[in-house]
Design a protein around this ligand. Structure first.
Ligand code: NAX
Length: 327
């Protein structure tokens, strides 16, 4: 049997954490032959609730789950970890300005970036989910000088999956037949779900839907899907977010299928004119634990303007937390 991989999950007692940990322990993330050790990190106030999650994990008797560590100490939580999934974040409270939310969360992610730098495996792969996810990933990466910035990513896979879901519904197609969807930019309302390169069952997408539909219905629907779910459930997305986390880490570690790509927010290398260093969502392919940006896609004027709008928002977010970026 393979040696167990260590997976740290922050905010493990929260809504997304509760929907996620059982799937990782069952083998959904790394496959049915890969044992896992879960390191669950919470804040002191949530440790009692976390102990209940731990009991339920034990009660599942997952054959692949070799150990569970539960802690409110980041040093212990990140010790030797191979995969770090940073979900725990401060929610926006009543009357809180967006700027305050960004600043409050920046403190958490700078602290956790340092702890990952000092205690995690040198090959750790980090996924930031807690919002504002792209900027939190930038802060965490900037506070981990001994690691490569490429080891820090943020999640736009839920947006990517939402885009595929909308296309499947509209065209009455199978999800498995939809290829080459991209979500560019920030995980926010400025994200740009983009289907110009998409194929459905081998046909160009615009044989099946019009460009007007894409601009007037599809893009805003995907951008607002989170709000639509909150309105319906009275709670934000949890199971679908957990599913997207499984997909993101699975594909990063084990690879993307031939002929397709996925969306990941990663430190920009300047591709497509985006400022180097910003954590920006691109189309990527993954192989052997690495990712590469898909190059050479044609972008029309409308698309370029959407990419720039999301970049502008990320630059504004970065300006708010500039003093937490060392150097
Ligand atoms: P919950 O409030 O249910 O859970 C958050 C958990 O994090 C709580 O148990 C809390 O005790 C813990 N926590 C807070 N600060 C912590 C810290 N410093 N260290 C460790 N744990 C800490 O929120 P949930 O619905 O699970 O959402 C979590 C985050 O995901 C939010 O920031 C949310 O906005 C974000 N999302 C991001 C998505 C994405 O696609 N990138 C989609 C889903 C979600 O909205």
């Amino acid at each position: 049997m393979k040696p167990a991989v260590k997976v740290t999950i922050t905010g493990a007692a929260g809504h997304i954490g509760y929907a996620l940990v059982f799937r990782i322990a069952s083998g959904a993330m790394f496959g049915p032959d890969q044992p896992v050790i879960l390191r669950l990190l919470e804040i002191p106030q949530s440790m009692s609730s976390l102990s209940g999650v731990g009991m339920e994990l034990e009660d599942c008797a997952f054959p692949l789950l070799h150990d569970i560590v539960m802690t409110d100490n980041p040093e212990i939580g990140f010790r030797g970890t191979d995969y770090a999934i940073l979900i725990g974040a401060k929610p926006r409270s009543k009357g809180m300005e967006r700027k305050d939310l960004i600043t409050e969360n920046a403190k958490i992610f700078s602290h956790q970036g340092k702890a990952i730098n000092d205690h995690a495996s040198r090959d750790v792969k980090v996924l930031v989910v807690g919002n504002p996810a792209n900027t939190n990933a930038l802060i965490a990466a900037s506070n981990a000088p001994d690691l490569n910035k490429r080891q820090f990513t943020a999640m736009t896979r839920l947006d990517h999956n939402r885009a595929i879901g909308q296309l499947a519904g509209k065209t009455n197609s199978l999800v498995a037949d939809i290829k080459r969807v991209t979500v560019w930019g920030n995980h926010s309302m400025t994200q740009f779900p983009h289907i110009d390169n998409c194929e459905i069952a081998g046909k160009p997408v615009y044989d099946l839907v019009s460009q007007d539909w894409a601009i007037d219905h599809f893009i805003p629907r995907v951008q607002r899907r989170g709000a639509e779910i909150i309105e319906a459930r009275g709670l934000s997305s949890a199971a679908s977010a957990a599913d997207a986390i499984v997909d993101h880490m699975h594909d990063w570690a084990l690879g993307t299928p031939e002929g397709d790509w996925v969306s990941m927010a990663i430190p920009s290398d300047g591709s497509y004119g985006i400022e180097e260093g910003l954590v920006y969502s691109y189309p990527v392919t993954c192989k052997d634990g690495n990712y590469e940006i898909v190059q050479g896609l044609d972008l029309d004027e409308f698309s370029v303007s959407r990419l720039k709008a999301s970049q502008k928002e990320l630059l504004e977010e970065r300006a708010i937390i500039q003093d937490l970026l060392p150097g």
